[in-house]
Design a protein around this ligand. Sequence first.
Ligand code: GLY
Length: 366
Amino acid sequence: MYGVLKFHRDFIALTGFILYSLEQIVINTPGAVSNIFVGAAWETTWQHLPEDGVVIVTDNNVYDLYRGKFPGFPVLKIIPGEESKSLKVVEKLSDKLLKTGVGRSGFILAIGGGVVCDIAGFLASVFMRGIRCGYISTSLLSQVDASTGGKNGVNLGKIKNVIGNFRQPEFVICDTSMLKTLPEKEYLSGLAELIKTGLIGDPSIIASLENKYQEVISRNNEFLSDLVARAVRFKASIVSQDEKESGARRILNFGHTFGHAIELVESAKHGFAVASGMKLATLFSQEKGYISGAESSRIISLLEKYNLLGEYHLTVDKMRDLVIHDKKRSGTDIHFVFLESIGNGIVRKIPVDEVIEFYRHNNTDK
Ligand code: GLY
């Protein structure tokens, strides 16, 4: 079950957070309740954390930008970027966490994007068999997707998120004013996940991205808050039905089968790789007769409008290799996400060979 509560500016919410134009979206899973606040002012959260036992986990970039506003809790920093998502980093952080004297009643506050939240969430889930955690989500990608829904994990070498678990953060704060400082590429990478959400579940997101280019590019705060809220609402409804990805949640992987392979081989940013993966998955949906040619062209135009499509060179053999290691695979089949129309994703279990065959005749790097 998931719920949405709306508050107006100047109201103080149930939780005690002081909030501005706030929407509170609640994810209810069998073991937890997770509150996502979209539009909350991130600096107002401090007073509502435990008085002691809090440790902040962040990265060097976020620290340099915002440390002046951090409260006096110990801060553990990681190097920004995907390379930090390793067990080594979790081990080092655990060691430092232990040295702060934090015990089982401790609280990890992650302040950062997807990488920071993934690592901090995983750390909180295993440190002393699990301590509390909450996130201040600072990137568009993490606000619209990664920080919501309780997926935590690190990579094994270059293979993404092989070691991890599901555990919901107590809260996620999405303050879109923090998106102003994101580098252009990071911001665009997040837009790709927003487009994904629109394509699989909320066509109004696609219409807004098509029609409000200036607001998107200028990172208009109110506009972005509304878009982020729409994305989180959709994701909350899916995660509340299927936290552990045994059914409905699979839909969130639209574009990710090809996307993860591109990301790995080309070291592309996640959103850009997923954008190219979505283009391929859209063409595959068209080839299978699920989506019309007109809608397929509309999707590709939108991806082009935001410069999300790159030139990638991935041979069929390499693609096969990587798809075989995909977590969505089950024996010789894979749960592949198609589109029936804009706003309607569907999952079909199909042979891996069929995916590779499609790639073979839609790829120029044989
Ligand atoms: N990012 C996809 C999911 O959370 O399931």
